[in-house]
Write a protein that binds this ligand. Structure first.
Ligand code: NAD
Length: 354
């Protein structure tokens, strides 16, 4: 039986392929835009400047100030700079941090964003923004912050360090996994999620073997597009809630935390999400997707314990309390005992209990 659903197709253009970033100037013209402020992090200033040079008079300048979780001071600086320079749009080049900075400007000045993602985090496909003030991160949804155009150029991901590529890939897979059991899932998003999970788990060992392999990088970036589309289209569950609290409260690193937590949450939900388990079993040709994820993380040399990421075991109670105080929708009931047990296993780096 096809369960009732609602599907909203977002108005957005996606270009994909090696060298596609060269289309950026034409893309601005097609959209009727004249002066784009190029946003990136300091580490990627060279890429930002190269793009600005190629844009010529269509570039309003480069702001290399993007930081993780978008501190409000940086957001304010970027909004002021965009206004001073007369920018009518932003080109955000980089991962979730650069795209998040573009979103912070869009939220205030309504400037359209063109995104050039260079990690697999997926922010470019979502209407979700985040801002951090005094150590607290606020998030919200607003259709104005979803980029109008996204250019996925695998050549720009060749420089992404392998460890970051692999954890970022797991971060992306988490979006697909949770889309498969989301309360607002729909047939087209489930198709995307299954294909996304398949392609990413196939691509990551190839990227690990040779980070300069454009085919492997293309497959991973293609998968990350689909994973991001899943994130933008559905409501996330226990996994994203846990990572939000672990990142926000304890300051654990974003992508590695996703890599450690995901197998445990999938195991937690296994009995309550049979459709999702069937889809992932098909995608990964296995009978135990949670175990398969955990083994893959081990084979790729990824962190598998929260202890390794700097969490103290004594923080389990605090994190559990925050998670159950305001849980996200989840297929299995979110109980204190359940979350506590999950966190102890993930802290110690033991295999997920299915
Ligand atoms: P990031 O954007 O902070 O990038 C991590 C580091 O990698 C940075 O130093 C960056 O300069 C560098 N880098 C990125 N691409 C590179 C490349 N190709 N070559 C060399 N270096 C490169 O990390 P991220 O994991 O992409 O994003 C995490 C942030 O995005 C978090 O703040 C998270 O909350 C947010 N996020 C938001 C959404 C959303 O929908 N709003 C979705 C996913 C993530």
């Amino acid at each position: 039986m096809i369960a009732p659903f609602t599907y909203h197709a977002p108005p957005m253009r996606v270009h994909f392929g090696p060298g596609v970033v060269a289309r950026l100037s034409d893309e601005l013209t097609d959209l009727g835009l004249r002066r784009a402020l190029v946003l990136c992090s300091l580490e990627q200033v060279h890429t930002g400047q190269t793009i600005a040079q190629a844009l010529g008079e269509r570039s309003a300048g480069v702001l290399a100030e993007a930081r993780m979780h978008v501190p409000v001071e940086i957001a304010q600086l970027a909004r002021d700079r965009a206004a001073e320079l007369g920018a009518d749009s932003c080109v955000a080049v980089g991962g979730g941090s650069a795209i998040g900075l573009g979103k912070a400007i869009a939220l205030k000045h309504d400037l359209p964003i063109l995104a050039v993602p260079t990690t697999y985090a997926g922010s470019e496909m979502t209407p979700v923004w985040g801002l951090t003030e005094d150590g607290r991160k606020r998030t919200g949804r607003d259709p104005r912050v979803r980029p109008v155009s996204v250019l996925y150029d695998p050549e720009l991901t060749l420089s992404l360090p392998i460890p970051l590529s692999l954890t970022s890939g797991f971060n992306a897979v988490a979006h697909a996994v949770e889309a498969l059991y989301a309360p607002d899932r729909s047939p087209i998003v489930s198709l995307m999620a299954e294909e996304a999970a398949r392609a990413m788990i196939e691509a990551l060992p190839e990227v690990a073997a040779d980070g300069s392999n454009v085919d492997a990088r293309s497959k991973a970036l293609y998968a990350s597009w689909l994973c991001g589309a899943c994130l933008g289209a559905t409501t996330m569950s226990l996994h994203h809630k846990l990572c939000h609290v672990l990142g926000g409260t304890l300051g654990l690193p974003h992508a590695p935390t996703h890599a450690v937590v995901l197998p445990h949450v999938l195991a937690y939900n296994q009995k309550s999400a049979p459709e999702a388990i069937r889809a992932l079993s098909r995608a990964w040709e296995c009978s135990d997707p949670a175990g398969r994820l955990w083994e893959t993380a081990g084979l790729l040399g990824l962190p598998r314990s929260l202890g390794e990421l700097g969490m103290a075991e004594s923080d389990v109670d605090r994190v559990t309390a925050e998670v159950i105080a305001d849980p996200y929708a989840n297929p299995a009931p979110v109980t204190r005992d359940g979350v506590e047990a999950l966190l102890h296993e993930a802290w110690a780096g033991r295999p997920p209990i299915t």
